[in-house]
Design a protein around this ligand. Sequence first.
Ligand SMILES: [Zn+2]
Length: 85
Amino acid sequence: MNTQQRRNKKQQLISLYESYCWWCGEYVPLNQLTIEHLLPKSLGGSNSFENLRPACLYCNRSRGNSLYPPGWIKGKCFLDKPDFY
Ligand SMILES: [Zn+2]
């Protein structure tokens, strides 16, 4: 994907999802918007639109190649805490 194609993809993503981070819901200026792969490329994710979402740099970085949303920590779900009930 060259720079021009990447820019076009961004524009199309914004027209689909607007300029908000898919994960944290924050408004992201175009120059800070990154293209997030729902299924990471390293795990066979494609560059098709079903697999792409706009995300802020922070969420994109913190998620890395995980299959889970950023901030998701195995075994730390609040529903597992006994004092939740
Ligand atoms: Zn975000």
